[in-house]
Write a protein that binds this ligand. Sequence first.
Ligand code: PLP
Length: 396
Amino acid sequence: MFESFEKLPDDPILGLTVAYNNDPSPNKIDLGAGVYKTEDGNTPIFEAVKKAEAIRLETETTKSYTPISGYPDFCERVQPLILGDGHAAIGEGRTCAAATPGGSGSLRLAGELINSWKPGTSLWVSSPTWGNHTPLLGQAGLNIKEYPYYDRDGHGILFERMLETLSGLGPEDVVLLHGCCHNPTGADLTPEQWQDVAGIASERGFVPLVDFAYQGLGDGLAQDARGVRIMAGNVPELLVSYSCSKNFGLYRDRIGALVAVTGSRSAAEAALSHMKVNARRLYSVPPAHGAVLVATILADTGLRESWEEELDGMCRRINDLRALFADTMKKKGSPLDFDFIKSEKGMFSFLGLEKEKVRRLRDEYSIYFVDNSRINVAGINPGNVDYLTDSILAVL
Ligand SMILES: Cc1ncc(COP(=O)(O)O)c(C=O)c1O
């Protein structure tokens, strides 16, 4: 078997991190992988996470398996975090949640669940979307199709065209929407636009699948959940794929959740049973460590406050860096206007540079980002913004 394998290329995004790490340049800048970084390039552990880990070390009494749906306290507490405290669907028992290995695990579980409902279901993703959506969901058997989303030249959402495509769908379709901080564009729907999409979803009968991987990194925990909450209040059925990698900084601990909002208690019970059967044959039981930490933080007023404060600081810093970059480009007389970066959300934006310029920045200036010109804004800081902007201006 192994003799027949040809070595495959590195993952285009994670491979950039390897190339960056191997680059000896003192000026190198990493704007590649979607990982939050402080000014000194570190991806910090939240204070609240450290404290929750200490509590876990003291209080844990077993490493036996959790249920297939994961650590129950996590499953319970993640739902109001997403849908809001006191959401009617939770009160009425119409929701269910399974813990998963990261957001990727929840997307794959969603894919398997949808495919076990109707094999080869059409799943509509935004053009463009996160590079792993198609492999993760396509390999589950779904038929991946695209709806228009982002205008690369105008740096805005092609909302009319998006609605036009969605208006042609029906109850056999599933539509993937980014809850906030759209990856890779940073261009998010407004609450009014969410309302319109929810209206079309309930009219046409397609099921929305909201990929919610960046709650708290765009405008704040509640603001970032506006879209998913509008959906939950207006459509009969909804899937939410959640990740705790970014907003709890638990990247390597692999914790996320798949949440379903259904029409009745019995439908929620049935949905959970299908999630469990699919999880069992995919990975059997999800990891517990991150789930226990998240549940501990959400249950403790002090830890929760500390977590929210730290997350809020990250969110404000990302928005400040967006302004710093756009304003510095303007001050230096950039022939291109980068003000759109200020109104986009989360860690990502497209700079709008051609691949050849992205490659020049990598090869000649040691500035690393994806060929499609997606940058991770969190890699910018006051110490590197001059070198970064000068280099971009040199290749423009
Ligand atoms: C849009 C989107 N969804 C889901 C994920 C999955 O995150 P993870 O599997 O690391 O929790 C990511 C990670 O980059 C993402 O950008």
